[in-house]
Design a binder for this molecule. Structure first.
Ligand code: GLU
Length: 504
């Protein structure tokens, strides 16, 4: 099947409402639209849908554009870029009379009418419906009023909304490109408002008018909109316009198959940026939520994703947002970075107030940091300030705080550990060359001499040098810490045990 069921270039849009911090699910929608446009050599349009004035959140529009930019989803037409259908913000389009004119077309051709029912009447209606245990909704009271009756209502000062006249019989059918034919009984719908009394259009009217005028060919949006689509299809018919191809993307769920929420990880996209995830990771990860290239490839560059994309690769089944997989993938992308670039990302995290302890002077030595990167590369998943400070802090600290109990390994006691550490310090002081391989050889020989297993001696040394049981490769660490500081740490660990021994 071709990706284009309509002739001409692909034109898709991302149409966010600035009602909060941009959600990962919304950005997934934006991303798949962008990938589709780039794959098809078409256009990606951004349009801000801000007609629901009560739900607007200050600053949300800026955050949405920031999130798009961070992910690298550049738009061909839209805010800040302009284009042949400017403006791309619906409140500004309202000022041009676009929506009122469109509503008038539907009134004139008999597909819509003005309704002057007061909020009080609608509330009484709902109460009555509830009491009678009937579904609540508009009862078409104004639908069949004559022109004179409407004018009389308005002359009494009653304000009017415009409602779409839902056909009383027949069937609404549309084809979802991903899900196949969807049919709907319109009698289940009430005449819905398309233009409010303050002249603002509802979402239903505004997006159809704009999608039509902006020559949108495909609407890729989340599954939650599928129940609204019958209304949209009826409106297209009312206008006599060709609807776009509808593609309702899978919903996102947590690994427990519950609605994606904070307990599954951050839901605001920019929180991932702030937590030290890379844009490339999020791009790759979001692309795979509901789309697959048809092979087992998971780690793919933007170019590969764009190249392999096809609407046929979309999956209607819910997509699982798995934070563990995202962390794994971020590790993969971090390891792809050149050492200098990674050091450049680690430095600000370590220097942040919640990074390295305050007594460590800033700025930290970048060259030294770059030499440490290969030691922690494998274990890095995110550039989280506290985590990286914990991973690398002991390299920068003058003194570390060792728990004597952790020094003592299985099958050893305080005395044998203290004496092994003293011998180890002597090796550190004398080993030539002071390099990882040579050190390892010397320490293996020391194990044999002291009749210790390597795990015993190395375990004690690891704790003595890093105050941790899990740390980067031991002999590389020893070299990075330096001969003098290493010997000093091992000696003071031995002293700690001897002191503890005397105390007991
Ligand atoms: N403004 C709607 C939203 O916030 C757009 C829905 C659509 O894509 O038609 O999701």
């Amino acid at each position: 099947m071709s990706d284009k069921s309509t002739p001409g270039p692909v034109r898709v849009r991302y149409a966010p409402s600035p009602t909060g911090d941009p959600h990962v699910g919304n950005l997934r929608t934006a991303l798949l639209n962008w990938v589709f446009a780039r794959h098809a050599g078409g256009q990606f349009i951004v349009r801000i849908e801000d007609t629901d004035r009560e739900r607007m959140v200050d600053g949300a529009e800026g955050r949405i554009l920031e999130a798009l930019e961070w992910l690298g989803l550049d738009w061909d037409e839209g805010p800040g870029v302009g284009g042949p259908h400017a403006p791309y913000v619906q409140s500004e389009r309202k000022e041009l009379g676009k929506y009122a004119d469109a509503a008038q077309i539907l009134i004139d051709n008999g597909h819509a009418y003005e309704c002057t029912c007061t909020p009080e009447r609608l509330e009484q209606l709902r109460e009555r419906q509830r009491a009678e245990k009937k579904p609540t909704g508009y009862d078409s009271y104004c639908r069949n009023k004559s022109h004179e009756e409407r004018e009389a209502d308005k002359s009494q000062g009653l304000s009017a909304v415009v409602r779409f006249k839902v056909p009383l019989e027949g069937e609404v059918v549309f084809n979802d490109r991903l899900r196949g034919p969807v049919s709907f009984d319109p009698s289940l719908l009430q005449d819905f408002v398309i233009l409010k009394s303050d002249g603002f259009p509802t979402y239903h009217l505004a997006h159809i008018v704009d999608d039509h005028e902006m020559e949108i060919t495909h609407v890729l949006r989340s599954e939650e909109w599928i129940s609204s689509t019958p209304r949209h299809v009826m409106m297209y018919e009312g206008f006599g316009w060709e609807p776009p191809v509808f593609v309702h993307l899978s919903i996102l769920l947590g690994p427990d198959r519950g609605k994606l929420s904070k307990r599954h990880g951050a839901t605001a996209l920019l929180d991932y940026r702030d937590q030290g995830y890379l844009a490339d990771t999020l791009f790759n990860f979001l692309a795979l939520l509901g789309w697959s290239p048809g092979d087992d490839d998971e780690v793919m560059s933007r170019a590969e994703i764009v190249e392999k994309f096809s609407l046929d690769g979309l999956n209607a089944a819910p997509s699982i947002f798995d934070l563990t997989k995202l962390q794994w993938m971020n590790g993969v992308y971090l390891r792809k970075l050149p050492v200098d670039a990674l050091a450049g990302m680690l430095a600000p995290a370590l220097e942040a107030p919640d990074g390295l302890p305050a007594e460590i002077s800033r700025p930290i030595d970048r060259d030294y940091l770059a030499s440490l990167v290969p030691l922690v590369h494998e274990r890095l998943k995110v550039i989280d300030h506290e985590e990286v400070a914990d991973m690398l802090g002991f390299f920068f600290q003058a003194e570390i705080e060792v728990d004597p109990a952790e020094l003592v390994q299985k099958g050893m006691d305080e005395a044998t550990t203290a004496s092994a550490l003293k011998s180890a310090a002597a090796v550190i002081e004398s080993a030539e060359p002071y390099e990882p391989d040579a050190l390892e050889e010397r320490f293996r020989a020391l194990c044999a001499e002291l009749e210790l297993k390597p795990g015993q001696l190395f375990g004690a040394l690891r704790v003595a040098l890093t105050a941790r049981r899990v740390a980067p490769p031991l002999f590389d660490t020893m070299v990075a810490i330096g001969r003098e500081r290493s010997a000093e740490r091992v000696r003071s660990a031995a002293a700690l045990l001897s002191a503890a021994g005397t105390r007991d």
